[in-house]
Design a protein. Structure first.
Length: 88
């Protein structure tokens, strides 16, 4: 099992990215080649651990946001929290 603190991007950031680009779960799932239910489960996962299969799905979702929508995920820093934004 992978600890939630080691998961990047977090499920919370996936939800935020989806809201930023205005895409629904079904469309995102189709673009990532996963079932809609997988997106629902990933976004709802607030546990301390994540299995490797779910982590792989999370990374597939990240690639869709980066490659198809120009979204950038960024980690928390000294001056700000983690987040998502459009690349310039």
């Amino acid at each position: 099992m992978v600890k939630q603190s080691d998961v990047w991007p977090s499920p919370r950031l996936i939800r935020a990215a989806r809201g930023l680009v205005g895409v629904d779960q079904a469309t995102l799932a189709s673009q990532a080649g996963v079932a809609r239910k997988s997106v629902v489960l990933i976004e709802a996962d607030e546990s301390d651990r994540m299995d490797p299969r779910r982590l792989k799905i999370l990374q597939s979702l990240q690639r869709v946001f980066e490659d198809e929508y120009g979204v950038e995920f960024f980690a928390a820093s000294e001056n700000s929290g983690e987040g998502v934004r459009f690349r310039r």
